[in-house]
Design a protein around this ligand. Structure first.
Ligand code: KG4
Ligand code: ZN
Length: 339
């Protein structure tokens, strides 16, 4: 692999249409993100059909802005998991561009992207992730805990049985009449509320690494039904406290059980200040270092997809085993080790 190898990444799995250029597996030359939030706002969640249409409408412009006239060596796109319509738009765009530019194409797992994004500082990947580590991916569509032995060497410990963490924030925001996406709104309200005002459950599900957040959300809805004069800041603060305590407790338990000294936290919910603060505090006590994704790269973006592709290509070169050529989309793609 030549040193200044440039990858054009494409991301279209959910409600961001994004394209990015990554040079030498290190430098983000561009990372154009078109967010569809305005399209989905009034429905308080992502509407798949609207998402597909918005991806189709924007992808060419976004790729054009990211690419300018820069030469590229590879096209990478997120081939799953995600919404089928968005994945198809990403694949068609990626394949067309790759054929036109006469460069190879590679499909990558969106969730690997979220974790590898923890390596970026500013516009550079720093190679600072140290393995083995426990990774927590928390977004609007996913909540997963992995044991990561190295790039491409994973064991998925557990996932959510029902709502993803971000989805729970979004649903509670909707119950309270707050805008979508709910995470930032709930967090903002929580700043002026009391975290111990209401005790919502902490579903730790002992003996498993799985999560379940629908019970917390239901407890919030019962509380609102039974208390007509509730305080929105107190509900938000108490809900956020329950969510964060559950995420932090399980992640730290996994880190101790697997005897790792590093944790990586990626995905949209990783932007949550209380989560960052509590995870940091607990990890520090345990002598563990936490690598949070920077806020501007916590949501879906194509720079993280390009970095995941680069790591995959580098691994293939180091091991002498070629990268699989499969570029079929897979809405339910599981995270698998590369070997
Ligand atoms: O990673 P992302 O952009 O999209 C998915 O792949 O799902 O994550 C979006 C999710 C939304 O559910 C949003 O409410 C949540 O991340 N989120 C937050 C915060 N910022 C975004 N949740 C809690 N606190 C935040 N500050
Ligand atoms: Zn995502």
């Amino acid at each position: 692999m030549k040193k200044d190898f440039t990858i054009l990444g494409i991301e279209s799995t959910c409600d961001e249409t994004s394209a990015a250029l990554l040079k030498g597996g290190k430098e983000i030359l561009s990372n154009v993100i078109y967010s569809q939030i305005d399209e989905h706002k009034k429905y308080h969640g992502v509407v798949p059909e609207l998402a597909s249409r918005a991806h189709a409408a924007k992808i060419a412009t976004v790729i054009g802005e990211a690419l300018q006239n820069h030469p590229i060596d590879y096209v990478a796109f997120a081939s799953g998991p995600g919404l089928p319509g968005g994945l198809m738009v990403g694949r068609v765009a990626a394949e067309t561009l790759a054929k036109f530019k006469k460069v190879p194409i590679i499909g990558v797992n969106h969730l690997e992207g979220h974790i590898f994004a923890c390596d970026f500082e500013g516009n550079e990947a720093k190679n600072k992730l140290q393995f083995p580590l426990i990774a927590l991916v928390v977004s609007g569509g996913h909540t997963e805990l992995w044991y990561v032995k190295n790039y491409g060497d994973y064991k998925v410990l557990g996932k959510t049985r029902d709502d993803a963490a971000g989805e729970a924030f979004d649903k509670v925001a909707k119950l309270l009449g707050l805008a979508y996406p709910g995470g930032p709104q709930v967090s903002k309200q929580a700043l002026s509320g009391k975290r111990d005002a209401i005790h919502f459950p902490r579903p730790l599900l002992p003996g498993t690494w799985e999560f379940s957040f629908s019970g917390i959300k239901t407890a919030v809805s019962y509380y609102l039904r039974d208390h007509k004069d509730f305080s929105i800041p107190d509900v938000c603060a108490s809900f956020e406290e329950a969510m964060v305590e559950t995420l932090v407790t399980k992640t730290l338990l996994a880190a101790k059980k697997y005897k790792v000294k590093h944790i990586a936290v990626g995905g949209g919910v990783a932007a949550n200040s209380l989560l960052r603060e509590k995870m940091q505090e607990q990890a520090q006590k345990a002598g563990i270092e936490v690598h949070f994704v920077e806020r501007k790269l916590s949501s879906d973006n194509a720079a993280m997809i390009a970095l995941a592709a680069y790591k995959k290509l580098e691994h293939a070169e180091n091991t002498g085993r070629p990268v699989k050529k499969n570029i079929d989309i897979n809405p339910n793609m599981k995270v698998r080790s590369w070997d």
